[in-house]
Write a protein that binds this ligand. Structure first.
Ligand SMILES: C[S@@+](CC[C@H](N)C(=O)[O-])C[C@H]1O[C@@H](n2cnc3c(N)ncnc32)[C@H](O)[C@@H]1O
Length: 435
């Protein structure tokens, strides 16, 4: 069990505030962990099915709040951007009603330590392919939101907006406004047209929960949000929720960590398979809906009948390696494909073995990166209070000194860890495919 430390005064004050502001807490408490900031622990033995927390719908922070609507952000701005803008204004105002909540958020420096969006470019360039795609999308979403909202935020510097945008990104919950009727004017769009990008809610206290691939499943209804124990917990044990079935590449970019054990982990193979497709094969796969998103899963329960590759990968590789009628029989379902499986496997093994060699080179490159500012700067920051660190880092950022930061030991460690995980998945894949 990871060591849970006393969270400190700011957290005690926040919990008191939360309890008097629509958050019902039962048998759990925030605690500090050495490697993942804050989290939630069982404050007593808990039974499976016990409700651990309920956050009233009126205590959620959504764009339907009158306090957000009155700011009249542009209609075309995203819900993510509007919430980030609202929270930036609240953080700047000295008398915000959310001050005690904001005081327990991770600091901007915490984000610089863990989130790849703040990594130096040379390190970002060494991210695995799937992580690079997620990071590119994240960067362009942030740029779009800043572009759309900064004319409405003359007093907010970009680093502050970036900070609250990342707070929303790492702490938001899916909220489809179950408390509002179908075409209520406070909905971001009419109910029928709501997309997942419209359904963001900030949920004070619930945002203390850390993620595990197997954990409690937060539930929303018209009364608000709740978390119920998915199993029995001993007092002192950390209680996780699941943020969803995410790979470690996704978790690294969106949340700044990778899991040691992750049943949802997989390696994206697009960069290996797409380049071997001819123009004609690409067109066929696009037409059949099998172009891209080729995955090799991390599953260790693979048997001969359940290979660690997805159906899309099977389809693409069959088109590349077999006569087109064999491909057609497979995708139409008239042939399960067992006869050709060995050929398909052998082809993929070749690609994976080549990839394993490249991974070896990348690992060497990452291992060789020089870590800057080790020791001195870190030690100084750790002795300051969290609040002081926040104001220090925000004021630094406000001066525009974003620059090209150096590689930190933390960045390098997590990147090495991820590449070693990928090497493990690839090697296990080669074995399972009979290589
Ligand atoms: C919703 S917040 C959870 C509370 C957060 N740990 C804090 O200090 O406030 C999500 C963030 O928690 C951290 N986190 C969540 N689950 C984690 C895990 N299993 N391992 C390491 N860090 C985790 C990541 O920094 C992530 O961006």
């Amino acid at each position: 069990m990871a060591l849970a430390l006393d969270p400190g005064e700011a957290h005690t004050q926040f919990v008191d505030w939360a309890e008097s502001n629509g958050v019902d807490i039962n048998g759990i408490a925030p605690a500090k962990f050495l490697d993942r900031g804050m989290g939630i622990v069982a404050a007593k033995d808990l039974k499976k099915g016990e409700r651990l927390v309920h956050v009233r719908n009126t205590s959620l922070i959504t764009v339907a709040l009158p306090a957000v609507r009155v700011l009249k952000f542009p209609d075309n701005a995203t819900v993510h951007g509007k919430l980030a803008a609202f929270l930036a204004l609240k953080l700047q105002a000295k008398d915000s009603e959310y001050k005690l909540w904001q005081d327990v958020w991770p600091t901007e420096q915490d984000f610089r330590d863990i989130l790849p969006i703040h990594w130096p470019k040379k390190l970002q360039e060494l991210l695995p392919n799937a992580a690079t795609t997620t990071l590119t999308n994240q960067q362009s979403n942030l740029t779009r939101d800043w572009h759309d909202l900064h004319p409405s935020l003359p007093s907010i510097p970009k680093p502050l907006f970036t900070y609250t945008w990342l707070i929303v990104n790492t702490r938001t919950f899916y909220w489809a406004y179950p408390d509002l009727p179908a075409s209520h004017p406070r909905l971001p769009k009419k109910r029928g047209q709501l997309t997942s990008d419209d359904c963001y809610a900030m949920c004070p206290f619930m945002d203390y929960f850390n993620h595990s691939d197997v954990g409690c499943d937060p539930q929303a209804d018209a009364t608000g949000y709740s978390v119920t124990a998915d199993r029995a917990y001993k007092a002192g044990e950390e209680v996780f929720v699941s943020y969803g079935a995410h790979t470690n590449d996704f978790l690294l970019v969106e949340y700044g960590f990778v899991l040691q054990e992750n049943a949802s982990d997989a390696v994206l193979l697009d960069h290996l398979i797409v380049p071997v497709l001819s123009k004609e094969q690409t067109a066929v796969l696009k037409e059949d809906g099998f172009y891209g998103s080729y995955t090799l899963s991390a599953s260790t329960t693979t048997t001969a009948s359940t290979l660690p590759i997805c159906h899309r990968t099977q389809a693409a590789l069959r088109l590349v390696t077999l006569p087109s009628r064999r491909y057609a029989a497979f995708v139409s379902g008239s042939d399960e494909g067992a006869t050709d499986q060995a050929r398909v496997n052998a082809y993929l093994v070749e690609l994976l073995v080549k990839y394993a060699r490249q991974i070896g080179d990348i690992l060497e490159e990452v291992e060789g990166l020089k870590v800057e500012g080790e020791g001195d700067e870190e030690a100084g920051v750790q002795t300051r209070s969290k609040k002081a660190r926040r104001s220090l880092s925000l004021s630094l950022a406000q001066s525009g000194e974003d620059g090209e930061a150096g590689v930190k030991a933390q960045h390098k460690d997590v990147l090495l860890k991820r590449w070693k995980q990928i090497r493990g998945i690839v090697n296990r894949g080669v074995e399972a495919l009979g290589g």
